[in-house]
Every structure is written in structure tokens, then in C-alpha cells.
Design a binder for this molecule. Structure first.
Ligand SMILES: Nc1ncnc2c1ncn2[C@@H]1O[C@H](COP(=O)(O)OS(=O)(=O)O)[C@@H](OP(=O)(O)O)[C@H]1O
Length: 335
């Protein structure tokens, strides 16, 4: 593995390429690899592309994570609305602990970024090669998140009755959001990733945790097979009908809102607290960093549907739409 350079020290820890376990190093030598978006290379494992540290986290979590039936797992392809889903789910399941949501100045979301309240597996809990977290002490329901494909989830998640909430988004917006994010992470000393180069590799499926379409399809199929296990959501639909979908999530997680809660405005309170405007304007999200060393503000850009219109050419739009149609239409999915 390459030596740590000055440039590497500026890259967020979870994307650095050194400090990988022997097991992972050996595995990397056997895997197909391609040029990375921010790390030097991406590696293909179980059909999906990983940065080295992400792969190590995935291996560790596959080996060690023991699901409880009461667990909640939030899954997304990167840039599909993870931060929003984490905030909503955290506020939802902790609503009795932090009541009077409109006026509660002690709510953790006011002072802590959602990524620090709902940890990622591969880039958070399981990212350290020498450490396996003890998650037994967390009181239920435990809530975690991951970008892993359905195929790559730890076996105990599939064997238990824990709940999986999957959120996806129009791949055109995912791509544009991803490209902006990566260029913010890139240090001043490293060259930026051009939109054209990133687009070409995104469309071939080569991006962290890609291919996007296979990722979505894995969870879509599972949600059709087992609607009590996997709830499948779209960012665009949630943006248009947030009240309806927050209630649906609550029902799926078996903590539905009561009539009394609805009439007291609890649903609206959670939606307001977790809105893009509210979260992105909090001091903590303007000035601090998440535990895996990325500026909180990088997780909030526009929070809108359709920014792809401002970035993609007609040719690019036709190309990505045709991939989506070819890969998803037969399965009854479209964006
Ligand atoms: N509260 C809220 N409501 C709606 N949208 C939101 C919210 N918070 C973040 N965002 C937008 O989500 C995009 C970031 O995606 P993720 O949170 O999935 O990023 S990550 O995978 O966790 O890195 C990114 O989308 P773009 O604005 O299109 O880049 C964020 O702005």
C-alpha cells in the first residue's frame, strides 16, 4: 500500500489508503481495480466498487456485526438523501425522549450533525482496522446506516427481523451531488475531477458503492419480496409529500403517530427540524466536522430536485436516462 504523503494527510480519514488490515491488503491484490474518484483506485468486491478503507470497513462489519430484531438500518447509495433520512429517523424514534419538538432547545439535532447521531458502518463504526466496536450496550432500537449493497449486508441483518429503510434518488441528481461533494473533498494540491470524466465512470458503474442501478435494484427486489423487511423510498417523492412519507416510515418502523400527536403537530415539528433550511443553517452544520473528518457543511448543498438540468448536456441526459430505462424499467422502476 502506498506511503502516507502530505496530500494524504488532508484527505478525510475514511478515504485514506494507508492503515489497511493485512486481510484487506491481500484481498485488494486479487480484485479488479479502476481509477478512483478521490482515492487512487477503486476495487470491485461482490459486484460493487469500494475505496480501500471502505472495503475494510465492509469486511469488518460483515464479519462482526450482530443484528438484533429491533435494529433499524438506513441504507442509501451515496448522495441520495442519507443525511435527511438519518435526521428524520433519529427524530422519529426519539420523539418521546425529546418531546415538544417545536420548542425543545435541547434536541440533539440542534447541536449534532445527523451523521454523528446515526453512525455509518463502513466509514464509521467499523473503519478502524484494529478495533471492533461493542454495540451491545446501545439501548434499543439501535439505528445504523450504510451504503452497502443488499448482497453485501452482514448475514445477521438478513436472518433477523430488523428493519431496513432504503432511500434512493434520481441518478442524475445523485451524480451531480456526488461530483460536487468529491471536488469539495479534494485538497487544493490534488487536481479536480472533471464532470465529463466522473460522468463516464458513473455511467459505467464505477464510483464509490456503485453501480448505482444495481444498488437500487437489489433493495427494490427485496422490498417487493418482503415489504415488512425493506421499505423502499424515493427522495423526490419524499420531497413532494414529506408528511405522508414520514407517517409511512413511522408505520413501517412500528411506531406510528397517534391522532393526538398529529393534532399536536408532532409530524410537522419533526419535518421542520429536519428540513434542509433548518439543518443547513445551524451553527454546528456550518462550522464543525463529522466524526469521519468531513466538514458538516459539505452534506448540505441545495437539497433540491433537478439540479442536473444546470450541469448535464442533452447528450449526457439522454445517455443516463437510457441506462436507467434499460436497467430498471423492466422491474417497474423509473426516475
Ligand atoms: N434535510 C435535507 N433535506 C433534503 N435534502 C438534503 C437534506 N440534507 C442534505 N440534503 C441533500 O442531500 C444530498 C447529500 O446526500 P447524502 O446526505 O446522501 O450524502 S452522503 O451520502 O451522506 O454523503 C445533497 O444534495 P445536493 O444538494 O443535490 O447536493 C444535500 O444537499
Amino acid at each position: 500500500m502506498e506511503k502516507l504523503s502530505d496530500e494524504n494527510t488532508l484527505v478525510p480519514k475514511y478515504l485514506q489508503e494507508y492503515d489497511i488490515s493485512e486481510e484487506c491488503k491481500e484481498l485488494l491484490t486479487t480484485l479488479p481495480s479502476e481509477k478512483g474518484w478521490i482515492t487512487k483506485h477503486l476495487y470491485q468486491y461482490q459486484g460493487f466498487w469500494f475505496a480501500p478503507k471502505g472495503l475494510q470497513g465492509a469486511l469488518s462489519c460483515q464479519k462482526h456485526f450482530q443484528a438484533l430484531d429491533t435494529d433499524i438500518l438506513l441504507v442509501t447509495s451515496p448522495k441520495s438523501g442519507t443525511t435527511w433520512l438519518k435526521a428524520l429517523s433519529f427524530a422519529l424514534i426519539n420523539r418521546n425522549k425529546y418531546p415538544n419538538i417545536h420548542s425543545n432547545s435541547n434536541h440533539p439535532l440542534l447541536t449534532t450533525n445527523p451523521h454523528n447521531l446515526v453512525p455509518f458502518w463502513e466509514t464509521g463504526l467499523y473503519y478502524n482496522k484494529d478495533f471492533v466496536p461493542d454495540l451491545k450496550t446501545i439501548s434499543p432500537p439501535r439505528i445504523f446506516s450504510t451504503h452497502l449493497s443488499y448482497e453485501s449486508l452482514p448475514k445477521s441483518v438478513k436472518d433477523s427481523t430488523c428493519k431496513v429503510v432504503y432511500l434512493c434518488r434520481d441518478p442524475k441528481d445523485v451524480f451531480v451531488s456526488f461530483w460536487h461533494f468529491i471536488n469539495k473533498l479534494k485538497t487544493k494540491s490534488s487536481e479536480t475531477l472533471s464532470l465529463e470524466e466522473a460522468f463516464e465512470s458513473f455511467c459505467r458503474g464505477v464510483c464509490p458503492f456503485g453501480p448505482f442501478w444495481e444498488h437500487v435494484l437489489g433493495y427494490w427486489k427485496k422490498s417487493l419480496e418482503s415489504s415488512k423487511k425493506v421499505m423502499f423510498l424515493k427522495y423526490e417523492e419524499m420531497k413532494m409529500k414529506p408528511y405522508f412519507y414520514l407517517k409511512e416510515i413511522a408505520k413501517f418502523l412500528e411506531c406510528p403517530f397517534s391522532q393526538e400527536e398529529e393534532s399536536k403537530g408532532v409530524v410537522d415539528g419533526i419535518l421542520n427540524l429536519c428540513s434542509f433550511d433548518k439543518l443547513s443553517n445551524l451553527e454546528v452544520n456550518k462550522t464543525e466536522k463529522v466524526s469521519f473528518n468531513v466538514e458538516n457543511k459539505y452534506f448540505f448543498r441545495l437539497g433540491q430536485i433537478g439540479d442536473w438540468k444546470n450541469h448535464l448536456t442533452t447528450e449526457m441526459i439522454e445517455h443516463i436516462n437510457s441506462i436507467t430505462k434499460q436497467k430498471l424499467a423492466n422491474h417497474g422502476l423509473s426516475f
